[in-house]
Write a protein that binds this ligand. Structure first.
Ligand code: SAH
Length: 630
C-alpha cells in the first residue's frame, strides 16, 4: 500500500504530495521519536524492572496468576521484564505496525514466544473474552505512555479505557502513580520565546520603540508545551519566585478520568518579582510505597539529576497568559487546567478562595494574535534578540536611500518597521506576504505602530507579483531576513533566493539585495550525551533488542549534503551579488569538515569521536555585517 505525504517544498514554498511506501520514513520516525534514547535510559529501565518484579511478587503472594497487560509495548521490553519476573502471561499491545512486527521478532529471539502475545492494535480496539484478543482481564497493568508533559501521548484516555474494559478492579499498576511538580519563576530569556518585547531603535531623530499589538500582549498563546532540558539552563537565566509544589498526581492503579479538569494550589512567593513562567516536571513511583522513584526534577531540585541525561523526557516551560507582579509573602493561586492531552496554567492573586474558584475556565487557550500560530519559540527568540536587530539596523541604514522603493520578502518580518524608523521617511515600502494569516498579523503590527498607511502589504506569491501590486514602481531595495515559516532546516530560508529570482522583472538594474549572500557552515562535533538517541543498544537490561537497532538506520550525512548540493542547480540567477552565493555553494561541494573558507579544511583541533555534524547558515547583510542562525 502506498501513502501520500503532504510536504511544503522549502525551495519553492509550494505544497507538494509525495507518494511514499507504507513503511517509508517510519524508521526515521522511530529514530526521531527517541526510541533509542528510551532504551539507553538506564535509570528508567532499572526502575521499571524493579517495579514490575515487585508487582508480580505481590500478585503471586496473593496466590493469583500474574496476567500482564503492557500497553504500548514498543520493543516488548516491559513484557519481557514481566515474563522474566515470573508473570504467567503478557498481552503486549502496540498500535504502530512496524514496531509491533519488531516486537514479535524480539520476543521470539529472546525465547518468550509462549509467554507474550503481541497484539498490533490500539488498546481501545482490544477485545477480551474466549474469542477475543485477551482471554481474560489482566491484573497487572504496565505502561510507558508518557511524554515530557506526562499526558501528551494520550496516557489518560488510554488508562481510562483500560480500567473500564481490560484490567481487573484492584489491579497492580506499574508505574503506580505519577506526580506533577511546579515552580514559579521570572525569566526574561524564557519569556522572550513567547512574547515580543519592545524593540528599541536608535534613529537619527532619537530612540524609537517598536511595540507589539495589544492583541499579542494579552494573548494566552497556544496550549503546546515548551519542552527543554532545564538541566542546561543556568541559574542566572531565571529567578525562582516560589518553592517547588505538587500540582497534581494520578493513581494508575485506580480508574482514571481523562475529562478536562483543573487543579489549584496556593503559593507563597519567596521573592518579589514578575511571575512569567511555570516550570514543571514529574516523577513516577513504580510501586505503591514510593520507594522506586524515577524523577525528572532539574539539578537545582535534585543535584544528581544533572548526571541523569535523557532526551525523551525533559522538563516543561509553561508561559502564563500575562506577566503578573507578585510580592514576597503575598499568597497567589496557581491553577493548572488540563484536557486529555495538554496542560496550561493561570495565576491569580489570592482573594477569597471561593471567589477565585468561580473564575476557572477550563477551555483550552486560543491564540488571538496569530503570532503564536505563525512563529515558533526560536522565532520569537530571534525577533527579541537585540544584537541580531542591531545588525539589521546597521545594514538597512547602509542600503536605504531617500528615494528607495523597498520590497520585503520574509514571513512576518519587522524589517520594514525597522527601516521606517531609521529615518528614511520617503522610502516606499511594499511587503510581500503569502498567507492571509501573515497579512493579519502584520496589519496588527503596523497598526500598533501607526504604520498601516506607510507600508503596503501585498498578498501574493512572488511568481504572481504584478506591476499593479507595486503601483508600477520598480524595486530598488529588496530585503529579507530571510525567514519563512515553511523552513525547517537551516538552508531552507534560501527560498529567498528563489523568490528574488521570481520577482526579477520588478527590480531595477542596480537593485540592492539584502542579504547579499549566504553561506552554509558545518562543524563535526563530539556530543557528551546526545549521541545516545541514535546509538545502537544491542541489549537492554539483558534482553536482545538488536532487531530494533537494525530498524533505526542512521542516515548518512551524505544524504544531507546531497540535498544542499541539489540547491545549486539553479540557472536563473541574475544578479552579480548572488553569484557570490553560488560560488560559496560550489565551494561547499568541495569542503568536508569545517567552515566554508574557500581553502582546504583545517586539521581537527583534537582527537575524539565524531558523533555528528552541526550545520547553520550565515546571512551576509552588507559588507562586514552578518547574522548567524548558529
Ligand atoms: N513500552 C516500551 C515502549 C514505550 S513507547 C518501552 O518502555 O520501552 C510507547 C509506545 O506505545 C509506542 O510504540 C506507541 O506506538 C505505543 N502506544 C501508545 N499508545 C498506545 C495505545 N493506546 N495502544 C497501543 N499502543 C500505544
Amino acid at each position: 500500500m502506498k501513502t501520500f505525504c503532504g510536504r511544503a517544498n522549502p525551495t519553492t514554498g509550494a505544497m507538494e504530495w509525495l507518494e511514499e511506501d507504507e513503511n517509508y520514513d517510519y524508521h526515521q520516525e522511530i529514530a526521531r521519536s527517541r526510541y533509542a534514547d528510551m532504551l539507553h535510559d538506564k535509570d528508567r529501565n532499572t526502575k521499571y524492572y524493579q517495579g514490575i518484579r515487585a508487582a508480580v511478587s505481590r500478585v503471586k503472594e496473593r496466590g493469583e496468576k500474574a496476567i500482564v497487560l503492557d500497553i504500548g509495548t514498543g520493543t516488548g521490553l516491559l513484557s519481557m521484564m514481566a515474563a522474566s519476573a515470573g508473570a504467567d502471561f503478557c498481552y503486549a499491545i502496540e498500535v504502530f505496525k512496524p514496531m509491533a512486527n519488531a516486537a514479535v521478532k524480539i520476543v521470539e529471539k529472546n525465547g518468550f514466544r509462549d509467554k507474550i502475545k503481541v497484539i498490533n492494535k490500539h488498546s481501545t480496539e482490544v477485545t477480551v473474552g474466549p474469542d477475543g484478543d485477551m482471554q481474560c482481564r489482566a491484573n497487572i497493568l504496565v505502561t510507558e505512555l508518557f511524554d515530557t508533559e506526562l499526558i501528551g501521548e494520550g496516557a489518560l484516555p488510554t488508562y481510562e479505557h483500560a480500567h473500564k474494559y481490560l484490567v481487573q478492579e484492584g489491579c497492580e499498576a506499574v508505574p503506580h502513580r505519577a506526580t506533577v511538580y511546579v515552580q514559579l519563576v521570572e525569566s526574561k530569556r524564557m519569556w522572550s520565546w513567547n512574547k515580543l518585547l519592545p524593540i528599541h531603535v536608535e534613529a537619527e531623530d532619537g530612540e524609537k520603540i517598536i511595540v507589539s499589538p495589544s492583541e499579542m500582549e494579552n494573548c494566552p498563546g497556544v496550549p503546546s508545551v515548551c519542552d527543554i532540558q532545564l538541566n542546561q539552563m543556568p541559574l542566572s537565566d531565571f529567578t525562582i519566585l516560589s518553592d517547588v509544589v505538587t500540582m497534581f498526581s494520578v493513581d494508575f492503579s485506580k480508574p482514571v478520568r481523562s475529562a478536562s479538569t483543573y487543579y489549584r494550589v496556593q503559593l507563597e512567593p519567596v521573592k518579589s518579582g514578575k511571575a512569567q513562567i511555570v516550570l514543571s516536571w514529574w516523577d513516577i513511583d513504580m510501586d505503591p510505597s514510593g520507594k522506586i522513584n524515577c524523577t525528572m526534577a532539574p539539578y537545582w531540585v535534585k543535584s544528581t539529576s544533572a548526571f541523569q541525561w535523557r532526551d525523551h523526557w525533559m522538563q516543561c516551560v509553561y508561559f502564563l497568559p500575562n506577566e503578573e507582579p507578585v510580592l514576597q509573602g503575598e499568597m497567589v493561586y496557581l491553577t493548572a487546567c488540563r484536557d486529555e492531552y495538554s496542560v496550561w496554567y493561570k495565576l491569580q492573586k489570592a482573594r477569597g478562595e471561593e471567589e477565585n474558584k468561580t473564575d476557572v475556565h477550563v477551555e483550552s487557550p486560543v491564540c488571538r494574535c496569530q503570532a503564536h500560530l505563525l512563529w515558533n519559540r526560536p522565532r520569537f527568540g530571534a525577533l527579541n534578540d537585540q544584537n541580531r536587530t542591531r545588525q539589521y539596523i546597521k545594514s538597512l541604514t547602509k542600503v536605504l536611500k531617500t528615494d528607495s522603493v523597498c520590497l520585503c520578502i520574509s514571513d512576518g518580518s519587522l524589517l520594514p518597521v525597522l527601516a521606517h524608523y531609521l529615518g528614511a521617511k520617503q522610502v516606499e515600502y511594499f511587503f510581500l506576504v503569502f498567507w492571509s494569516l501573515h497579512f493579519n498579523l502584520l496589519f496588527l503590527f503596523f497598526k500598533a505602530n501607526h504604520l498601516e498607511d506607510k507600508i503596503k502589504i501585498i498578498e501574493a506569491r512572488p511568481e504572481l507579483l504584478t506591476s499593479s501590486h507595486l503601483e508600477d514602481k520598480k524595486i530598488s531595495v529588496l530585503v529579507g531576513e530571510p525567514f519563512f515559516t515553511t523552513s525547517l532546516l537551516p538552508w531552507h530560508n534560501l527560498y529567498f533566493w528563489y523568490a528574488r529570482t521570481a520577482v526579477i522583472s520588478h527590480l531595477t538594474s542596480n537593485v540592492t539585495v539584502l542579504p547579499q549572500s549566504a553561506s552554509l557552515h558545518m562543524m563535526i562535533v563530539e556530543f557528551q550525551d546526545l549521541w545516545r538517541i541514535r546509538s545502537p543498544c544491542g541489549t537492554c537490561e539483558g534482553f536482545d533488542v538488536q532487531t530494533m537497532d537494525d530498524m533505526i538506520k542512521v542516515r548518512r550525512l551524505k544524504i544531507v549534503l546531497a540535498q544542499v548540493a541539489a540547491k545549486q542547480d539553479k540557472t536563473h540567477l541574475g544578479l552579480k551579488k548572488y553569484l557570490v552565493t553560488v560560488e560559496k555553494f560550489v565551494l561547499f561541494k568541495l569542503w568536508v569538515l569545517y567552515k566554508v573558507t574557500g581553502s582546504d579544511p583545517p586539521p581537527l583541533p583534537r582527537k575524539g569521536k565524531s558523533h555528528g555534524a552541526v550545520l547553520w547558515m550565515e546571512y551576509h547583510l552588507a559588507a562586514d555585517i552578518s547574522v548567524s542562525t548558529g
